[in-house]
Design a protein around this ligand. Structure first.
Ligand code: FES
Length: 276
């Protein structure tokens, strides 16, 4: 039995906006009954490009129904540009969180939204076609890459939890590992758009990765070094090492580190030096 939040159970028992919009301006269909989850999203867009109505039909578990319901509530009243910024994590957050093994339901919602907006804009499915990686669950390379980038995924098991890819016969495992390895080289895997809201875990990973890959090598060139001590909310505590220890200009170094972390992780971060 999955541990669902009260909000998930509420949206499962009383799903909002179920149904069809006969004269929809955009329709997005993702998944298939054969794969166990399917979602069709309908959007009605007004003259100003604002989504004035959204409805859905879904076939799936409690979290698929709740995620679809949450998605429609999130997009109603938003412009197309605003809706495009909604991520699967936003859907999960709206519901107070989802078990990791059920995150694929939020990803399905996000994919349906992108498909409905593409349909509204008159983009054909063919023009958006991406190679199929997982035949068991009909998951494309683009869907897997998006889930990895937007959620900072690092393992094949996580990719399966977020997209279902790899959860069947297993013949796509090698392809998924290849995609993970390739994206890891495109430093950094968990780099997210600046305006993206990060979970604490994502923030910590990204801070750590930015320090390791970008800040430490620069300090080491001059005989210095850095140690990440802790991250509490938006406070990043670091300790300077090597020639940086006790340097009278260390506040300038700290400001430079803060600038880099603001650029790569979040504008809200504040870096503090911990003298040990
Ligand atoms: S092809 Fe991906 S699990 Fe079977």
């Amino acid at each position: 039995m999955w541990e669902y939040t009260e909000k998930v159970m509420d949206h499962f028992r009383n799903p909002r906006n179920v149904g069809v919009i006969d004269d929809a301006d955009g329709v997005g269909e993702v998944g298939s009954m054969a794969c166990g989850d399917a979602l069709t999203l309908y959007i009605k867009v007004d003259q100003q490009g604002r989504i004035k109505d959204a409805k859905f039909q879904t076939f799936g578990c409690a979290s698929a129904i709740a995620s679809s319901s949450a998605l429609t509530e999130l997009i109603k009243g938003k412009t197309i540009e605003e809706a495009l910024k909604i991520t699967n994590q936003d859907i999960a957050d709206y519901l107070g969180g989802l078990p990791e093994q059920k995150m694929h339901c939020s990803v399905m919602g996000r994919e349906a939204l992108l498909a409905a907006i593409a349909n509204y804009k008159g983009q054909s499915r063919e023009s958006l076609a991406s190679p199929l990686v997982c035949e068991c669950f009909g998951v494309t390379q683009e869907e897997i890459e998006r889930a990895i980038r937007e959620n900072g995924l690092t393992t094949r098991e996580q990719v399966t939890h977020y997209t279902k890819a790899g959860g069947g016969c297993g013949s796509c495992h090698e392809r998924i590992e290849e995609i993970l390895a390739r994206l890891k080289k495109e430093v950094p895997v968990v780099a997210l758009p600046a305006q993206r809201r990060l979970t604490n875990l994502q923030k910590m990973r990204l801070v750590e990765e930015t320090i390791e890959r970008q800040i430490r090598p620069e300090l080491q060139k001059d005989g210095g070094d850095i140690e990440l001590v802790d991250v509490e909310g938006n406070r990043v505590m670091v300790s300077l090492r090597g020639v940086c220890t006790g340097c009278p200009s260390s506040n300038i170094t700290i400001k430079g580190i803060e600038q880099k972390l603001k650029e790569m992780v979040s504008q809200d971060l504040v870096v503090e030096e911990v003298r040990q």
